[in-house]
Ligand binder design. Sequence first.
Ligand SMILES: Cc1cc2nc3c(=O)[nH]c(=O)nc-3n(C[C@H](O)[C@H](O)[C@H](O)COP(=O)(O)O)c2cc1C
Length: 172
Amino acid sequence: MSFLKLAQSRQSIRAFTPQSLSDSQIEDVLAAAIAAPSAGNKQAWHFEVVRDPALKSAIAEQAAKQPWIATAPIVIVVCADPAQNSERYGERGRDLYTIQDTAAAIQNMLLCAVDLGLGGCWCGGFDERTAAEILDLPTHLRPIALLPIGYPGGPAPDPRPRRPISEVVNFR
Ligand SMILES: Cc1cc2nc3c(=O)[nH]c(=O)nc-3n(C[C@H](O)[C@H](O)[C@H](O)COP(=O)(O)O)c2cc1C
């Protein structure tokens, strides 16, 4: 599949079969994450791979009205490590580059999941503090996204419409 087709075929998947993922699939997804670009190559990210059902449920419960998150065989909690960037880039590094670093890693993981025949969803609707407490994260890490990943269950969702290129691009 061409890269464009792969990118266009990615959809947010919110229903999963109970089938678990192999270690090699999980490793591929994580390898894709750390292949992402990052400001000054500081790689201000950290990933918690949650497979434990009780932990998954606890994480899903505090993600407002999204209990389906726990039905994925794994939930990757993507954390930002702002200090990695603030040392070199100050406020801009802490508040902007760190978010961009982790966003690039997230998209790489979602695309890798599609390439492996899997699906996932980028979930930002959750309580950071509660998630950090549940996972007992060190205070320097900020959980910024939940990524449930697994084999898609049920019918494929209708593709969400996109604003056309003509509306969002200006050629000069
Ligand atoms: C920053 C961000 C936060 C999101 N948070 C959630 C979320 O909490 N729950 C959810 O179901 N989808 C969430 N999404 C997924 C979007 O709803 C989805 O990407 C968008 O509707 C386009 O659909 P598609 O991914 O199928 O193309 C989020 C996406 C992004 C980029």
